[in-house]
Design a binder for this molecule. Structure first.
Ligand SMILES: N[C@@H](CCC(=O)N[C@@H](CS)C(=O)NCC(=O)O)C(=O)O
Length: 329
């Protein structure tokens, strides 16, 4: 039976039940197995959707006292009851079915409508790649040539004219950290944000610190010379010390799982060694034991490991860039 039919049947059943009978389950328990669909989705897509849908039960917390907002599309937000105790069983079952039905429809729609504009080497472009893969979202990858930006990029990101740009159902979203948060809210499986607002804010803070302080300092070391480079190096080391302190007692910036801050710092796990090799000195050494083990743990995550651009290609790219900034005199 289609989910929609089951919802309708449950609503009809509910109408027939006397109020004092509501605690008695007078309806079929919703089956955990879905019956074959009649839409045009193929078997593989359907299996993936089933997997997502089944692993995505509404977040029901029996200890909570307030409704929890379950939002997976900005255009469609539904409220789930937080506790089966606060709702009678038939009502709860209907809500569960509705939630699953809507989510399934969205998965069918969403997985076909995601595009990502990026370049092969951009550390900003890698962030959405990682999170899309972590969440098993299919997407079309469009590689841009930034020396000759496409009309599509200029149209989708007219303000910054930069990659990455995520396009979901035809709507563009720019700025890598904004994209990460959008993906996280749209597809709720494998969350990359903690639930608690304070911890969430902390993740956002460190992602911003990475983009506004750490990255500019390594870039100055890469591009500057002489005294300016020495000053940039001091700043870089200070920034790395702050990141090292933040990792005290934690495997990742988020805790025992990776989060937005870890993805923002992700470049450090691979690109730092590229910079070190090209510039010719070591930055991540015995002073940064926690960062070193963060790098190891981060690199061990299969989705991260499997989606790095080629190290050799990165060396060639940054070697050429370095020569541009520091031509032989
Ligand atoms: N703050 C942006 C930075 C993105 C960015 O700098 N992208 C670079 C590629 S790594 C770009 O598109 N550059 C083109 C340009 O500056 O014209 C983000 O987080 O998405």
């Amino acid at each position: 039976m289609l989910d929609l039919e089951r919802i309708v049947e449950n609503v009809e059943l509910l109408n027939q039940v006397e109020p004092n009978e509501l605690n008695e389950p007078k309806y079929d328990e919703p089956s955990t197995k879905s019956e074959p669909e009649t839409d045009s989705t193929n078997a593989t897509e359907q299996a993936e959707i089933e997997k997502d849908t089944n692993s995505l039960e509404p977040r029901v917390d029996p200890s909570a006292t307030e409704p929890l907002e379950t939002s997976f599309n900005p255009e469609l937000t539904i409220l789930m009851p937080v506790s089966s105790n606060t709702m009678k069983k038939p009502e709860f079952s209907i809500m569960m079915d509705m939630w699953k039905f809507i989510h399934k429809q969205q998965q069918v729609y969403c997985v076909k409508e995601v595009k990502l504009l990026k370049t092969w080497s951009s550390l900003f472009g890698l962030r959405p790649v990682w999170v899309l893969k972590l969440k098993c979202i299919e997407y079309e990858s469009i590689d841009e040539d930034l020396s000759s930006k496409s009309a599509l990029l200029l149209q989708l990101n007219p303000i910054y004219k930069k990659i990455p740009v995520l396009v979901h159902n035809g709507k563009p979203i720019s700025e890598s950290v904004v994209i990460l948060e959008y993906i996280n809210q749209t597809w709720t499986q494998n969350p990359i944000m903690p639930q608690h607002s304070l911890e969430k804010a902390r993740q956002q803070f460190w992602a911003k610190f990475n983009d506004e302080k750490l990255l500019p300092s390594i870039w100055s070391v890469f591009t500057k010379e002489g005294k300016e480079r020495e000053e940039a190096m001091e700043e870089l080391v200070e920034n790395l010390k702050l990141a090292e302190e933040e990792l005290q007692g934690k495997r990742f910036f988020r805790g025992d799982k990776i989060g937005v801050a870890d993805l923002a710092f992700g470049w450090l796990a691979n690109l730092m060694s590229v910079f070190e090799q090209v510039i010719g000195f070591k930055v991540i050494d015995g002073r940064f034991l926690l960062l070193s083990s963060w790098i190891q743990h981060f690199l061990e995550i299969p989705t991260i490991k499997d989606n790095w651009p080629s190290h050799h290609k990165l060396i060639l790219k940054y070697q050429a860039l370095y020569e541009n900034f520091h031509p032989l005199k």
